[in-house]
Structure formats: structure tokens, C-alpha cells
Design a protein around this ligand. Structure first.
Ligand SMILES: Cc1cc2nc3c(=O)[nH]c(=O)nc-3n(C[C@H](O)[C@H](O)[C@H](O)COP(=O)(O)O)c2cc1C
Length: 441
């Protein structure tokens, strides 16, 4: 579903907030988006720009389900199916994203937000970068972009991921297209990290039809229904990138990162720029949720997995709860090891039985309290490659962050030092169900 149809759907349900008074993109707009929590918003008037701004579009699972036309509970299986059975998109007959061409490249015409007090400058945060890797083919990924001047950005490339790999081996500049205001299924697919050679555009197509358009100045295909496309080249010149707020809601470090030179800007008529609050609920959901199917797949190889939740308290990236139907005494331990394989940035994982709701933090803690003995059920893995986002990891320039990882098996034990465990003593007791209306006046 493209951005406009999605905004209409949100409006029809009374969920879209519309701000008609002018809002400054320097600090003020980020404050309004933050104050709205997870509520989607359209800013109709931006001083100094002809673009409108949409934000908080997919800050809740329910919004993603609405956009994909599925029930919330069916989201995980929908994502797993798209990962497993990608489809080739078609070429669009017409390209809405090329309805207009900016007469000259001047990034100052875009409503690029400055977010926090110590930010290095205005940042594009919802840009999906399309590139082609000379070996593995097309790749889509989000990259935050620090605006340096009227034509250039510094681009954050996480080391070892798709864009970084392609850029590192390119002898010349790497053609790149930054797509803004992309269809919902593209937002989701770009946040996924399938193995190299698996084009995220094909995953998007498996979620919903995603016609493509040929860029005008670079040999790349982009979602035709994008609101804005910035065509350009990722050079080997470097600039300071940061400080900037990351998923952890803490400031990320300053790094030397490649410079992107924009050479053409195309857009839809009356374009809508998409903003995404760094560290906000939308950032968290988009980072974490698409990793749930990867963990699910990995755990499914070793035991009977039911549900996976990447929890918001763990910055939606570093923590997961994995629910299994335990069939073997070692299933908890196997699930822990598999979960770490399924999501390389995962730092702590809790494995629970299928009588505990992985989305209810108090219940998960209850399982920790009543089913865990630390000496038996806690696995610690020292000196592991970890997340670049974790301030507590060991960071060295050019190297993967180093971290310790911990998995807790909070499933009912099958064996204890004194013999087989009695499952009955671990069951939560329920009271008789009553209808309160029969009792209260
Ligand atoms: C909102 C958002 C912002 C992101 N920002 C960046 C970023 O600045 N740099 C980066 O390398 N990855 C960023 N990512 C993560 C990439 O999109 C993600 O790692 C992607 O899955 C990479 O896929 P790939 O390994 O196929 O390239 C971001 C993800 C989201 C959802």
C-alpha cells in the first residue's frame, strides 16, 4: 500500500493527526512527533518548503497489519512467508515518483529535520537506499543521512551489511538512489537482512504489489510509488557523521563515513516527505519486528517454536523473548543458541513455555521468577560479535563491536537434581471465571 493510500486508511479510522499550523523542522517538529507518541501525523505546512511531512506512520503493529491487510496475530507468519517465497516485481507503466523533477539539486528545499540538541545537523531518517552489489545484485537498506550542504550527505553504513559491502569493493563511486515516502511493504522489506543475493524488493513484492521504475541518471530500479527519489553516487570521500541519536535513545559516536553526492531529485506532485523519529516507537518497531521471523526460522530448526517478541524495553533490537512448545529437556538451551544465530545483534534472550505470553513483560518476569535457577538456566557467551548500537559493547574503529551475550532458559525444567520435575507445581492457578456484570450494580 503506497503512502497516500495508507494515510487515507489511517484518516478513515480517525487515527491520523493533522497539524495545519506551520511547524519548524529545526527541533520543533521532532518535539511534536515525540509528544504524539505512536500516533501518525501529517504536517500540512512547513515554513520554507513546499513538501508536506508525514511521521509516525508505522509506530504500532496494528498500523502495519492495517497496511498489509492482515490481522495483527498473522503478521509474523506473513513476514516469514514473504522471506521464504519472494516474488519478482513488475516494471511500472508510469512512475508516480517521476511526476516532477526538481529544476536543480538543492537539498535545502526538502524539509529535512534537525532532531536533538547535540545533533551534527539536519538528518534524513526514513530514506531507503537502493544499490546494486557487483556480486550479489540489488539491495535495499535504511541509511541515515546527515545533510552536509545543498548537494551532499554523509551516510551511515553499518559495517558488513549490504550497502557497506557493495561500497567497500566498488573501485569507483557506487550509484545509489534514496527513496523517501516508500510503500509500507518496502519499509518492512528494507528493514530485513536476508542473506546476500536475496533482493529485498522481491520480499516487498511478496508482501504487496510493488511496481518498479527506472531511475533517470543511475542504473537502478526503485519503487515507482515512492514520494521522492534522490539519485546520486556514493563516493569514497569521507566526512564526520554524528553525533546522532540512535535506537538506544543515546547519542551514537562520531565516525568517518562516505559522502553521497545527489545529482537528481524526482518526486510525486505535491510530495510528502517522510520523517522518522530516531529512537522513537516507529524506529524501534521497524528495526526489531522484521528480525522476529529470522529468529523464528532459526529456532524452528532446533525445536517447536511458537512466537517471538523483540521487546521494546530492549531497544527493540538487543532483547528477545522466544516462546516454545518444549518437547525435549534441552529445547530451552537449543532455542537460546539458535536465537543468537537468527539475529546477530541479539544480546539477551529469554526462552519461555507456551503457557506464558511473550508480549506480557510481567508474565515473562513471572516465568523468570518461578522457573529459573541461575546456576542451571543461564548461559553466558563471552567475547561475541555484537551490535554497533550498544553503548556498553567494546567498540574499535573498523571492527565489529564485541559483547557478552546471555540466554535464560525460563522453561519448566524436566529434570532436577532430585529427580524428574513435577510440571504441576509450575502451573499458574486460575480462579473461577465470572461475569462481573452479574455482581456489580
Ligand atoms: C529506521 C531505520 C534506520 C536505519 N538506519 C541505518 C543506518 O543509518 N545505517 C545502516 O547501515 N543501517 C541502518 N538500518 C538498518 C538497515 O536497514 C538494516 O540493517 C538492513 O536490514 C540492512 O540490510 P542488508 O544487510 O541487506 O543491507 C536502519 C534500519 C531502520 C529500520
Amino acid at each position: 500500500m503506497d503512502l497516500r493510500l495508507f494515510l487515507n486508511a489511517l484518516q478513515e479510522r480517525g487515527e491520523l493527526a493533522t497539524v495545519t499550523r506551520p511547524v519548524d523542522v529545526r527541533g520543533e517538529m521532532a518535539g511534536v512527533i515525540d509528544a504524539l507518541g505512536a500516533r501518525p501525523v501529517l504536517f500540512a505546512a512547513v515554513p520554507g518548503s513546499e513538501y508536506r511531512v508525514a511521521a509516525n506512520l508505522v509506530a504500532r503493529r496494528e498500523a502495519i497489519a492495517l497496511g498489509l491487510g492482515v490481522a495483527v496475530d498473522d503478521l509474523p507468519s506473513r513476514l516469514v512467508a514473504a522471506l521464504q517465497r519472494p516474488r519478482t516485481p513488475s516494471l511500472a507503466a508510469t512512475a508516480p515518483c517521476q511526476e516532477a523533477v526538481e529544476p536543480e539539486v538543492n537539498l535545502a528545499r526538502l524539509p529535512i529535520l534537525s532532531h536533538g540538541p547535540r545533533d551534527a545537523g539536519p538528518y534524513v531518517t526514513a530514506g531507503v537506499a537502493a544499490i546494486v552489489d557487483s556480486d550479489s545484485g540489488p539491495n535495499l537498506a535504511f541509511h541515515r543521512l546527515l545533510q552536509l550542504d545543498e548537494r551532499r550527505f554523509a551516510v551511515r553504513l553499518v559495517e558488513g551489511r549490504g550497502t557497506h559491502t557493495a561500497w567497500s569493493k566498488a573501485a569507483d563511486d557506487l550509484p545509489i538512489a534514496i527513496c523517501l515516502g516508500v510503500p509500507l511493504q518496502v519499509l518492512l522489506a528494507a528493514a530485513m537482512s536476508p542473506p546476500p543475493g536475496h533482493d529485498e524488493m522481491r520480499i516487498a513484492e511478496a508482501l504487496a504489489p510493488t511496481p518498479l521504475a527506472r531511475c533517470q541518471t543511475v542504473p537502478l530500479l526503485v519503487p515507482a510509488e515512492s514520494e521522492i527519489v534522490l539519485e546520486g553516487r556514493l563516493t569514497h570521500e569521507l566526512a564526520d557523521e554524528g553525533p546522532f541519536i540512535d535506537l538506544t535513545e543515546t547519542y551514537d559516536i562520531v565516525r568517518r563515513q562516505p559522502i553521497l553526492e545527489v545529482q537528481r531529485i524526482t518526486h510525486r506532485r505535491e510530495p510528502i516527505y517522510q520523517a522518522l523519529l530516531p529512537g522513537g516507537p516507529e524506529h524501534k518497531l521497524l528495526m526489531g519486528m522484521p528480525r522476529e521471523p529470522s529468529i523464528y526460522d532459526a529456532v524452528a530448526e532446533v525445536c517447536r517454536v511458537r512466537r517471538v517478541h523483540i521487546t521494546p524495553g530492549g531497544t527493540s533490537w538487543l532483547h528477545a523473548v522466544v516462546q516454545i512448545s518444549k518437547q525435549h529437556p534441552d529445547d530451552g538451551r537449543r532455542a537460546i543458541e539458535a536465537a543468537f544465530r537468527g539475529h546477530g545483534s541479539l544480546k539477551h534472550v529469554v526462552v519461555i513455555d507456551d503457557d506464558v505470553d511473550p508480549f506480557d513483560a510481567a508474565r515473562v518476569e513471572w516465568a523468570l521468577a518461578t522457573r529459573v535457577q541461575a546456576g542451571r538456566d543461564v548461559l553466558v557467551f563471552a567475547d561475541q560479535p555484537g551490535s554497533s548500537l550498544d553503548p556498553s559493547a567494546v567498540h574499535a574503529p573498523g571492527h565489529k563491536a564485541q559483547t557478552a551475550k546471555m540466554g535464560i532458559d525460563a522453561t519448566i525444567p524436566w529434570d532436577t537434581p532430585t529427580g524428574p520435575a513435577d510440571p504441576a507445581k509450575y502451573q499458574r492457578v486460575s480462579y473461577r471465571a465470572v461475569d462481573l456484570a452479574d455482581y456489580l450494580a
